[in-house]
Ligand binder design. Structure first.
Ligand code: SF4
Ligand code: FE
Length: 488
């Protein structure tokens, strides 16, 4: 395993990449003030693994080699591993208050592990052994691997091959002796600039005519032909201001970018699917299921931070003993623990795959994520309620620092006697960042659309709920079905 400092150094050693942010080519992404907080969040996944008290959660015994590895490269072996995953994600959510980005490639690995095994059994291919060799290197080098699924999709009514522009879904362009050439783009790519490697997957189930779109592969993040365009977050330019206070979350943040694959060559030993359109749905559903489980951890951790900020603000206002405030905080806790419970439940009731790793319970993972599309919004609403209107009218930190305005703000924005005005200012900025600013991208909108928009979960829930089984239960008790007399 590498240390957090070695991780940051390793990013500096990547080849020069085409990264665009606000219309400009980024020369040094590691030092860029808008990008750096997202690197800090990934670095914490390395730092905690170095610490004795967190090592049991942050590391695991490799199923391949028996060596100790960072948990973010581990093949889940049983329900306990899946539960540890969610607990680790909650811890990291608590400590970063943002997305720490390292889960997507890991979820892709576990989904590909079972899917490639089943593909090889069905078609006599050799994808699983390639993935095994890739994982051995991943574990050894302690990579951060980004997972790329979402295509831009163009006209949503049309299938990939029916689009006016065939590149609106990433696809195979050419087979060469040394590898396959791909073209297209992936949108909303979490942490992709902070990754050493990228694993690409198809975005949805496919039909035979879309077989060129059934591609999965891994490649170094500094491969030739990749173009990165950085996604904006609300209030992101506050990170360029002279003081950090108005950013709210002063050290950490998430990251998303649009990545364009401009005729990129992928060597065959890094290809895990090429044309097997009938396995695209298996891969997509398993990956989505793992990532929907993940949200029961990371979003609950972020929720802990927001609940803590709201509670501390209640103290600033001298309202911590007021019954309606206590009630609101209790409601926030109830919603947050429900998310966590769903993450634990889908882990506890999973099953072993044919390839030997462990899969979440799909129905409960989808219920988990559907709750995540709603509850953080309600938690955020209650946090804003407790915070008060100053959340959006607070003067800038430059005014707090000014010799002229600073003393006036100290005097007129004072709260409860024992609490410093500056503490209240910083807590308000944190709530603002999590509900309206940079990290609201991770806590709110990503909760809605990350790992699939709510409709995708509804479709899976409808499919997996066994409604006809529930109908027979009702028929039996109502006396319609004669089997009802069996249990007397
Ligand atoms: Fe991990 Fe959550 Fe970020 Fe997904 S949204 S990468 S699960 S922290
Ligand atoms: Fe995500």
């Amino acid at each position: 395993m590498i240390t957090a400092a070695e991780y940051v150094e390793s990013l500096k050693r990547l080849k020069k990449r085409q990264i665009y942010l606000a219309g400009e080519l980024v020369d040094d992404p590691v030092a860029h003030p808008i990008i750096r907080p997202s690197i800090n969040a990934v670095a914490l996944t390395y730092r905690l693994a170095e610490m004795e008290e967190h090592a049991p959660l942050m590391t695991a015994t490799s199923a391949l080699t028996g060596k100790r590895v960072n948990r973010f490269s581990h093949l889940h072996q049983d329900a306990h591993d899946l539960i540890m995953k969610v607990e680790m994600q909650r811890l990291l959510g608590q400590l970063t208050g943002s997305c720490f980005q390292r889960c997507v490639g890991w979820d892709a690995l576990n989904a590909l592990w079972s899917t490639t095994y089943e593909m090889d059994q069905a078609g006599g291919t050799a994808y699983h052994d390639r993935l095994k060799a890739y994982l051995a290197e991943w574990e050894e080098r302690d990579w951060t691997v980004a997972g790329s699924m979402t295509d831009p999709k163009g006209n949503r009514r049309l299938s990939p091959s029916a689009q006016a522009d065939p590149d609106l879904y990433l696809h195979l362009v050419e087979r060469r002796p040394e590898g396959m050439v791909v073209r297209g783009a992936k949108a909303h790519q979490t942490g992709i600039l902070n990754a050493h490697e990228i694993i690409v997957m198809p975005t949805m189930s496919l039909r035979a005519e879309d077989s060129n779109y059934a591609v999965s592969f891994a490649l170094p993040a500094d491969s030739a032909g990749l173009i990165y365009i950085y996604g904006r977050q609300s209030c992101d330019t506050r990170k360029l201001e002279p003081t950090r206070t108005d950013v709210g979350n002063i050290n950490y943040g998430g990251q998303e970018a649009l990545v364009i694959f401009n005729d990129v060559l992928v060597p065959w030993e890094r290809v895990f699917m090429c044309g097997e359109w009938n396995f695209a749905s298996t891969l997509v559903e398993r990956f989505s299921g793992y990532h929907r489980q993940s949200y029961g951890g990371c979003k609950a951790g972020m929720g802990d931070v927001l609940i803590g900020a709201a509670s501390a603000l209640a103290v600033c206002h001298g309202l911590e003993k007021t019954s309606h405030i206590k009630d609101k905080l209790t409601e926030m806790i109830h919603l947050n623990e429900t998310l966590f419970s769903c993450g634990i439940a889908c882990s506890a009731l999973g099953q072993t795959t044919k390839a030997g790793n462990y899969l979440i319970d799909q129905l409960l993972a989808n219920v988990c994520k559907l709750n995540v599309t709603r509850f953080p919004y309600e938690i955020a609403r209650l946090a804003q309620d407790i915070a008060g209107g100053l959340l959006v009218t607070l003067p800038s930190d430059q005014d707090f620092q000014s010799p002229l305005m600073g003393p006036l703000l100290e005097k007129y924005l004072a709260g409860e006697d024992a609490v410093k005005t500056g503490e209240r200012q910083q807590l308000l900025r944190l709530v603002e960042a999590m509900t309206l600013g940079t990290v609201a991208a991770c806590y709110l909108t990503e909760s809605m659309h990350g790992a699939g928009s709510p409709q995708a979960q509804r479709i899976m829930i409808q499919r997996l709920a066994n409604l006809s089984g529930k109908e027979s239960l009702a028929r039996r008790l109502a006396g319609i079905d004669p089997d009802g007399l069996v249990y007397t």
